[in-house]
Design a protein around this ligand. Sequence first.
Ligand code: HSE
Length: 433
Amino acid sequence: MQEIGVGIIGFGTVGAGTYEVLTENSAIIQSRVGVPVRVKKIADLDLETDRGVQVNPEILTTEAMEVIQDPEIHVVVELIGGVTQAKEYILAAMENGKHVVTANKALLAEHGKEIYTKASRCGVEIGFEASVAGGIPILQTLRSGLCANRIKTLMGILNGTSNYILTKMSKEGLPYSRVVQEAVEQGYAEDPPTLDVDGTDAAHKLAVLISLIYGKAVSFKDIYREGIQEITPDDVQFARELGYCIKLLAVCRDLNGQVEARVHPALVPMDHILANVNDVFNAIYVEGDFVGPNLYYGLGAGRRPTGSAVAADIMALARRIASGTKAATPPLGHVSPSDGEVPLLPMDDLVCEYYFRFSALDKPGVLSRIAGVLGEHDISIAWVIQKGREINGSVPVVMMTHEARESNVRKAVSLLDSLEELSGKTMVIRVEK
Ligand code: HSE
């Protein structure tokens, strides 16, 4: 084998980063792979925008199929995102005998089974390290370094945009809408950043992680997700007074038979290692039954970190192509996976501690009314804060509970929200220990 040919479909931020690392570090990559790894073609509909990298115009095309059908290309890198066109390109590449590398978490979370089955039928491989947490090699870690462990807990800050927003709200006391507006204006967030802030992006990544932990598909629609849009500066401030910060967490917990899978804002104790993961950084806390706690930290997005992850997959494939070997493990890391899907715990059965913020009329009997409804639903109060800060005739009342069942919390909150002594909707945030 003289050299490994790579074709890139989608020349945006990650495409440019991938090209940059493969060219800038070509000598070290060749030394580690054994043969040169060369980008032979790049397809993108927009060939005018300056990507900040020097590319020979002869390798640029607007036709993705030119990449897919090029006999000199061994590895097709899909970086256009989305689920429709990207899936067609990936399946076509596999049918043409090409190995595939992708950063497309939405596609893998929603259609992973079909893609992995196709790869196996076509006798090709698929790498997707860049689909979760950008530059952090968490998939490789689960597939190899931690592969002897049962993973008991995985908790991740998997979305840099929402972490940046929450960090700024916390440091500067600003409301959500103002921080988002500034983040969009400064180019830190998409306009609008819906999938980042509503938990979808983190849930896609969690689905990929869970499928790797258990070696089988997980039903993406059954992963509970809730975003950060309703968090107020008051919540951030109250959480701090109670010794917590607020993070958008993706949680997978093994309950021996069922698996908790959820993405939502959570109160995290200030002394938890994830509480110090700020700004656009990502982190994944993993607890294995033998290894104990591990933490992986780094940049979860951006041209160079994500380009680094894509290049690592390309190199792993290149080594095997050059040596004529096949991957020792399938994409989900289990050679003999059991059938079916990962059995998820219904959200109603979740048991955890809760933070409630009510907007209450400041008059006698209101606290006892709230406490009464909670008590009737088997929810025991651990802390109460009420301060005389009147907002539109109401005062915020914050309660922290002992462990309670989610179904009881939902029933109690729906009853409380109908009381005339309370205005607005109760803010409910789960507490993660
Ligand atoms: N938009 C994501 C984030 C990065 O903000 O973390 C790509 O998955």
